[in-house]
Design a protein around this ligand. Sequence first.
Ligand code: FAD
Length: 523
Amino acid sequence: MEFFGGLPASPSLRGSPRIADLEVDQRDIRRLLNDTTRTATRPEIPPMRQTVMAFSSGKGRVLLVHAFSDPDSMVPTPMTSETDTPQAQPALGDAPSFSDAEGSHHVPVRQADVAIVGAGAAGLFAAAWAGRTARERGRPLSILAVDGARKLGAKILVAGGGRCNVTHWRVAEADFAGSTPPAIRKVLARFTADDTVAFFKAAGVELKREDTGKLFPVTDSARTVLDALVREATRGGTSLVHPARVEAITRDTAGFRITTSAGLLRAGRVILCTGGKSLPKSGSDGGGHLLATALGHSLTAPIVPALVPLVVPSGHWITALSGLTLPAELVLSAATGKRIKACTGSTLCTHFGLSGPAVLDISRHWLVARDQAAGTASPPARLSINWLPGIPPDAVDALLLAPGGRGTLSILRDHLPDRLTRQLCELAGAPTSGDLPREPRKRLVHLLTATPLDITGDRGFTLAEATAGGVPLSEVRLDTMESRICPGLHFAGEVLDVDGRIGGFNFQWAWASGFLAGTAAAS
Ligand SMILES: Cc1cc2nc3c(=O)[nH]c(=O)nc-3n(C[C@H](O)[C@H](O)[C@H](O)COP(=O)(O)OP(=O)(O)OC[C@H]3O[C@@H](n4cnc5c(N)ncnc54)[C@H](O)[C@@H]3O)c2cc1C
């Protein structure tokens, strides 16, 4: 660990000779941080009242920077960053006691009242509400949000095609899967979509509702959402520390001991917001599941990708229709024929299989059913596709019987692309023109309304938008998101066994659970 600018270390700060405990003016602060990161100081605080701590990761890069208005109390103050982009913002952390990344320097363990592990959607939201709650109650708390990612909020930035579908105008437990509907409802009721709209409005982000019911920022830019979240979290007093991967958390009588790639941290309370396993390159790779199990929690089985494209065998006729998009209904049925789940919406044929909202929505249901049947005597559930949603089989039959001598291709042209009709006629052994005899007609009606799908798998967590499974809600107190197993540990976001359908529901879950966990942890 090094200091920048050759400024003297103070022996007064927790005895560490490696910490620059300085009373400096703004120019010194800037000089201290020059060439390594941008400054993040509070102009409204008199310069001589600011204490700056800068740490090098040992790789010529500032790892942690923080300023206090009151160095004695060690309570972090909100900071305004000069940067307009969260990833350009310096990693902020009141972390004078973190050892460096290589662990070659041993300094005392850093203390925090609340440590938030994972600063994604749920973590930043929990941070914002923990800070607000602490202030409202006049309880100065040291709140740290630790994230393993070099750039914060990668998933927020890619969400909604870069526009970030923040929530949905109408949110209900039926839009989610995983834990039981009453449990999910209880959490959602505490922070509604209206609350989300109000929160972001107050944070400077107006949301607009689109025809689909999805809400996006009026800027159509996910960056405004991420910037607002970072701003609200730091304004509330949370210090963001990254990259600092949490490797282990243990609990003893004194609280939590958190081992990170940047050193040791002790905290009175922990909010675990590590996400699931989807888009692992964003930092959410399932490591949080292991942290939860090490603290005594169980995980659902299976844990599978959700909102993920599905794969058919190579050379399957669907792959020949690659590029075709049309509305369709995906139906999951038990071997008995009983409908388990149906999802309707835009469906896309691709070179590997199927994608589009309806397929993404049904994917977790098929994967869970498949995995639960594996190794048992039960026959697996089956997936089929109705290419004419909203038209019952009898009506399709009547349509094909329409008088006037029109052939099948001509009749179905009002409903389906020719490419698909030709393919289904071929599979049914039905002519595309001229008379359609009874038997091929019956087969065609069946294919039009319930083509059995031969799905071999999914595109994996790398291409999944969410994770099905995680820590069961039954192990969490739903009014505080506090663990029933490990007191002082709270959960929020996708690490829990809740996943939403396409439409902004996963973020709404992150907001609602983050709100509850943040306010409770700071209360
Ligand atoms: C491509 C894509 C598009 C999406 N679009 C939308 C959308 O438009 N609307 C919507 O509602 N949902 C969308 N989602 C889903 C949504 O992004 C997630 O449900 C949501 O981000 C979950 O929030 P989270 O905070 O629980 O987890 P994450 O956002 O995954 O954040 C977890 C954080 O924890 C950190 N972390 C993990 N493990 C550790 C560790 N051991 N130590 C330190 N840090 C750790 C990670 O680096 C990460 O920053 C999309 C997802 C993807 C992948």
